[in-house]
Write a protein that binds this ligand. Structure first.
Ligand code: SAH
Length: 250
């Protein structure tokens, strides 16, 4: 029997937000390698005897290094197993799915990728913050708050500022550590009253939203009230919240 790796985007947190295709793969897996932000409720879906491997990935540390993860995926599949690599959100949105797929395929192992709902899409619906629509937002940008090469961080912050100026909605992932600096530079090109929000643990029962004017969000960040994981939104779409369905009001 020939093994295979299926890299599955598990969605943003609510276990029911995985795709049908992703769930089918998960239920037939012999081995599941999962991250910190992959919805825990999905682990109950694996079949009896399935081997579970936790890869960690807290900000700034990891239970397994990326090299170790790559090697485990390929090695288990070469034993003839169906290996599911379960990731939070979508594998190709700051998810290193591309690095894993490339490694596995270069080892001669078949690999498939199942997309998932990214955190910023899930958080948008569950917090009532539309990203784009007529009259209020014709362009949105999605950025990471920090780049892998620390020496490029200053240049990256400049680019976020330019993107903020050019976008009706700016979305920031992995931003908590640098958030105060990022939002202060965004405030240079937006109004201090620009609507802004942080959505923490989006689509999970712990979802928490801090929303207000950009200047108020900056104050909240500096008071330590925004914790990881969070998606940050800056733009008029945030003002729809009061009139739309949102999970954090339940
Ligand atoms: N592949 C993922 C992103 C991985 S990077 C995706 O498609 O969403 C990790 C970042 O995603 C976190 O720092 C945070 O900004 C965001 N994130 C992931 N899950 C989240 C959640 N449930 N709530 C809020 N932010 C989340």
């Amino acid at each position: 029997m020939k093994g295979k790796v299926v890299i599955v985007g598990a969605g943003p947190g609510d276990p029911e937000l995985i795709t049908v295709k992703g769930l089918k793969a998960l239920r037939s897996a012999d081995v599941v390698v999962y991250d910190r932000l992959a919805p825990r409720g999905l682990i109950a879906e694996v079949k009896e005897g399935c081997e579970l491997i936790y890869a960690g990935k807290e900000p700034g540390r990891a239970e397994l290094s990326q090299d170790e993860i790559n090697r485990i995926l390929a090695a288990k599949a070469l034993e003839g197993k169906l290996v599911v690599r379960l990731k939070g959100g979508d594998p190709y949105v700051f998810g290193r799915g591309e690095e894993e797929c490339e490694y596995v395929m270069s080892a001669g192992v078949p690999c498939e990728v199942v997309p998932g709902i990214p955190s910023f899409i899930g958080a948008s619906a569950y917090a009532g913050i539309p990203l784009a629509g007529r009259g209020f937002s014709s362009a949105f940008s999605v950025v990471t708050g920090q780049v892998a090469d620390r020496s490029m961080q200053e240049a990256h912050l400049d680019r976020i500022e330019r993107l903020a100026a050019a976008s009706d909605m700016l979305v920031i992932l992995m931003g908590v550590r640098e958030l105060s600096r990022i939002l202060r530079s965004v405030a240079r090109v937006k109004e201090p009253k620009e609507p802004a929000a942080a959505v923490m643990w989006a689509t999970t029962p712990q979802q928490r939203v801090v929303a207000g004017a950009l200047e108020d969000l900056i104050a909240q960040v500096e008071a330590g009230n925004i914790q990881n994981p969070a998606v940050i939104y800056v733009g008029r779409g945030v003002t729809w919240r009061g009139r739309l369905w949102r999970a954090d009001a339940l």
